[in-house]
Design a protein around this ligand. Structure first.
Ligand SMILES: Nc1ncnc2c1ncn2[C@@H]1O[C@H](COP(=O)(O)OP(=O)(O)OP(=O)(O)O)[C@@H](O)[C@H]1O
Ligand SMILES: [Mg+2]
Length: 515
């Protein structure tokens, strides 16, 4: 499929990849794909989970070579032996799965492998920290460059990756889902930086599942499906419907299939729950939160990043025994505090936000991960029943469209979005009575999002209660029976279905200064 060049009036492409193919054992990740990046323009690479986007980015960044195909940089064929070679040629990448060394400081990570040296060849730490501080100022990250990266929240780590990519002064910058974990303010900063990069003639490849953010930054579009090139277009001439059709291969109607209505019985009651800050005495991550959820109810929990939503779910689930106070009741019975095991036994499940750190054992298979929390159901007389496992896990793989060659594939080898789906499968398989979902659709493609919404709706109809934390206002508005809003650790508003608007929710989510 050879489409005309995106724009005939632009100068020679900065970067062209043609005929690129790549296979992994059991998976043809890329099959004869192409992408072209022009100076001063941003090319948004779109496609479903597992379409091959990150694989192509890894090839362009020298992480591994393609099986076939060629890469031209400013018209010259190039072959990168390793990431350093790509970097030296002027290609910088912000990886989807963050790639920093947790034990090193921010400055050490930014300058890893190219640390400033004194005349006598020694590490010039003062200069390194000074230059890192200037970069942090540019990306507006309020942190000391000597802070170990492992102490930063995921979003801040993402900003450090952005600072590192900027410091390379690259001609081509690849961003693989850079906004998946950063705050609204950080997104605004990133978009300002992208405009600056374009103004100085750099080219950007930008991967995202958040189509709404493209209108601020995108010039061109490239779409892959199942490892194949589908189309190259200009952004301005392409409607949202068409983007979805190109990605999914068909029209996608009714993204939010809400049909459930809540019952009257109280299922979950959270009473005066507080969570002390582990490091700052007198400070609270969650303060005095009380609410209840009915059987079959979908409760949306909205807040800006840092509002305490994740911490609230974790405290309900018993993950902070030493710092939490308050009570959790399930069907009229107190859940013994401070123990996830007791929470699971009582019928609670928490699908966490940070899949790499909390959700998965990456070296284990899809089947092992998906059944980790529900072994009783697939074991008999202490022995694993493969047929049951196959039926249970196979069902979720199909339902959530998890793209994997077999159930035995190591989760590490799945694409980012498909890993997230395994986390969901794992907790759905426990058949809980209350499901706590923390950003369930982060990094998930639009088609699988619809599948997840449908599943949540079906589960709610069957009487399951759902508490869904999300930063995506449209999904909160469409899927919730009721919406609670949090800011700086406390509840600030409650809206019934239909009574909420985006403006009112945002208003309640903004921190009201110090209380
Ligand atoms: N190291 C690997 N070993 C085996 N299979 C792999 C490996 N890396 C990627 N794959 C497979 O290649 C395919 C493409 O994966 P890729 O990560 O490029 O998808 P993606 O488009 O970035 O998806 P997402 O939107 O979920 O991030 C997937 O089926 C994935 O499981
Ligand atoms: Mg990816």
């Amino acid at each position: 499929m050879n489409e005309p060049a995106a724009n005939p009036h632009v100068p020679r492409p900065l970067l062209e990849a043609r005929g690129i193919s790549k296979s992994f054992p059991g998976v043809r990740a890329l099959d004869d794909v192409q992408i072209t990046v022009h100076p001063g323009r941003l090319n948004a690479l779109l496609g479903e989970n597992g379409a091959g986007k990150s694989t192509l980015m890894n090839i362009l960044a020298g992480v591994f070579p393609p099986d076939a195909g060629e890469i031209l940089l400013a018209g010259q064929p190039v072959r990168f032996k390793n990431p350093r070679a790509a970097q030296q040629a002027g290609i910088a990448i912000i990886f989807q799965e963050l790639n920093l060394v947790p034990g090193l400081t921010i400055a050490e990570n930014i300058f890893l492998g190219r640390e400033p040296r004194t005349a006598s060849g020694l590490l010039d730490a003062a200069r390194m920290n000074r230059e890192a501080a200037a970069l942090l100022a540019e990306v507006e990250l309020d942190a000391d460059p000597r802070t170990p990266v492992g102490q930063l929240r995921v979003g801040a780590q993402q900003v450090v990756e952005i600072a590192r990519a900027l410091s390379l002064q690259a001609r081509v910058i690849i961003m693989d889902e850079p906004t998946s974990a950063i705050t609204r303010h950080e997104v605004a900063v990133l978009f300002r930086l992208i405009r600056q990069l374009k103004a100085r003639g750099a080219g950007v490849i930008y991967i995202t599942h958040k189509l709404d953010e493209l209108k601020e930054i995108a010039d061109d579009l490239t779409v892959f499906r199942d490892g194949r090139f589908i189309a190259a277009r200009t952004f301005a001439g392409t409607s949202r419907e068409e983007m979805v059709r190109l990605m999914v291969g068909r029209d996608l109607t009714d993204l939010f299939p809400k049909t459930s209505t809540p019952g009257t019985a109280e299922r979950l009651r959270v009473q005066r729950l507080s969570l002390r800050h582990p490091g700052r005495p007198g400070d609270f991550l969650v303060r005095d939160v009380s609410f209840s959820v009915h059987a079959g109810e979908v409760l949306g929990l909205f807040g800006l990043m840092g509002a305490g939503r994740t911490e609230l779910l974790q405290a309900i689930f018993g993950l902070h025994p030493r710092h939490a106070t308050g009570e959790v009741w399930l069907d009229g019975r107190a859940v013994s505090p401070g123990s996830p095991r007791a929470a699971i036994a009582a019928g609670l499940a928490l699908a966490p936000e940070d899949r790499q750190r909390e959700g998965l054992v990456l070296s284990h298979s899809v089947a092992e991960n998906a059944t980790l929390a529900c072994l009783a159901k697939i074991c008999r007389y202490g022995l694993l029943q493969p047929a049951r496992e196959q039926e249970l896990v196979g069902g979720y793989v199909e339902r959530l469209r998890i793209r994997t060659p077999t159930l035995r594939q190591a989760v590490r080898n799945l694409s980012g979005g498909n890993q997230q789906k395994v986390v969901l499968a794992k907790w759905l398989a426990t058949e809980p009575r209350v499901l706590l979902l923390d950003e369930p659709t982060r990094g998930i493609d639009i088609n699988a999002k619809k599948e997840i919404y449908t599943l949540v709706d079906e589960l709610a109809r069957a009487g399951l209660s759902v508490v869904m934390v999300s930063s995506e206002l449209p999904e909160i508005l469409a899927m919730s029976d009721r919406i609670l809003v949090m800011a700086t650790g406390g509840l600030t508003a409650e809206f019934g279905r239909g009574a909420a608007t985006e403006e009112a929710i945002m208003q309640a989510a903004l921190p009201a200064g110090k209380n």
